[in-house]
Design a protein around this ligand. Structure first.
Ligand code: F3S
Length: 395
């Protein structure tokens, strides 16, 4: 991979150890994937945050990296969800030792220049790249959204690579950064109208088929942004989709010559219903309804507030979101309505990266196919998959 004189000096440690270690990662990646050079990025999103997944070794690595002096690139970089609500962990019942360690991890990232936005939907809270910008994002649902809905360019980075890219302000030029690799290789004809949890079911079906390919959707009804984030999260969890197109909806929908695409699949209402049933793993009722995967938008919190207004919820209810979106929900009175019904708007964390398996829950109700896919494997708990209105039961 070609390096400029300054990049070579960065590799040689002339700009400090943190920069040298970051360049090591980026150059190794570029060499493995045949990148021609490094390209400047405008934004980063860094995963690998939960103490549940990176543990003590991860915390020590980050604190070590953050202890060195270096000049941060200055680009807008957001942190993915940690395993606790950073401010309200105690009142919400998150484990104490875990939450303290978790705060230390987030502090180390902040020292490295990564904002404590702590969300997988940074595009809702100020980290919004422009169309065609090169970026380095790592949380898989966020990658699918920023590539597909915004039309910025990123590979599906690992956490360390996105952190290195943020520190240096560059990423290797290969994969989805190049026009040719962004064309669709599977056409998906959907023959039924979709709503609510159907979008996640569609993503789950297609992700399993396309793997790391680029699907092109022809759908009967136009999704909103919340549907698109749900769809992308599901595609990225049952497969490893980083980019999808949707006819007349996403910004690069017309870059593919459809005549050149040989693979075509059809998805019917029967397929959607069968997948919805398959994602539910138990007949039992959920003891925790956990919404906001990917993190909830203000409209989604408003929708829940309207459902629960003036009623008492039978099961526990969390709506996971960023601290920024919650601040607006507080102002709008949505949080108060939800809390009066017995639910909580939980910041920063989510049902997959939080240690919910240690918090006394057994069955989790979700409206996200990504959460339905990961909660059994990552938390060892059962799942009920359904629309929000059907998940919440009242006294
Ligand atoms: Fe976000 Fe957690 Fe889902 S990180 S996409 S809410 S699994």
């Amino acid at each position: 991979m070609f390096l400029t004189k300054k990049e070579e000096q960065m590799c040689d440690g002339e700009f400090g150890e943190t920069i040298r270690k970051s360049m090591d990662i980026l150059v190794a990646l570029g060499d493995i994937y045949g990148a021609s050079k490094l390209v400047d990025i405008t934004s980063a999103q860094v995963s690998g945050v939960s103490y549940k997944t990176i543990g003590q070794a991860g915390l020590e690595y980050l604190e070590d990296l953050a202890s060195e002096k270096f000049e941060y690139s200055g680009i807008n970089a957001s942190l993915n969800p940690p395993g606790t609500d950073l401010d309200n962990w105690e009142s919400l019942g998150f484990p104490r030792d875990f939450s303290i360690k978790q705060n230390q991890i987030v502090d180390a990232y902040a020292k490295l220049g990564i904002s404590k936005t702590c969300t997988c939907t940074p595009y809702l809270v100020g980290n919004v790249p422009r169309f065609r910008d090169h970026v380095s994002w790592s949380e898989s649902s966020a990658v699918a959204y920023v590539n597909s809905v915004i039309g910025a360019r990123t590979n599906r980075e690992g956490g360390p690579a996105a952190l290195a890219a943020a520190i240096v302000g560059k990423t290797p030029l290969y994969g989805f950064h190049l026009d040719n690799n962004r064309k669709a290789n599977l056409i998906v004809n959907v023959s039924t109208e979709l709503s609510g949890a159907d979008w996640g079911a569609l993503g789950y079906i297609v992700g399993k088929t396309v793997g790391g390919g680029v699907p092109y959707f022809k759908v009967k009804n136009t999704p909103n942004n919340n549907d698109l984030k749900t769809l992308g999260a599901a595609l990225a969890s049952s497969g490893s989709v980083a980019l999808y197109h949707m006819e007349n909806v996403t910004p690069e929908w017309d870059i593919t010559d459809k005549k050149e695409v040989e693979d075509i699949m059809f998805v019917s209402d029967k397929d959607i219903q069968a997948t919805r049933e398959k994602l539910t793993t138990t007949n039992r009722e959920a003891d925790l309804i956990c919404l906001g995967c990917p993190h909830a938008s203000l409209e989604e919190i408003k929708q829940v507030a309207n459902i629960v207004r003036g009623k008492k919820i039978k099961n526990k209810l969390w709506i996971c979101t960023s601290v920024s979106v919650k601040a607006t929900a507080d102002r709008m009175g949505y949080t108060e309505i939800i809390e009066a019904s017995g639910g909580n708007v939980v910041c920063d964390t989510c049902m997959v990266v939080a240690p919910i398996e240690d918090m006394g829950f057994e069955v989790i109700g979700v409206n996200s196919a990504k959460a339905a896919n990961y909660v059994p494997s990552m938390c060892g708990l059962d799942v009920v998959y359904d629309d929000v209105e059907k998940l919440i039961h009242f006294e």
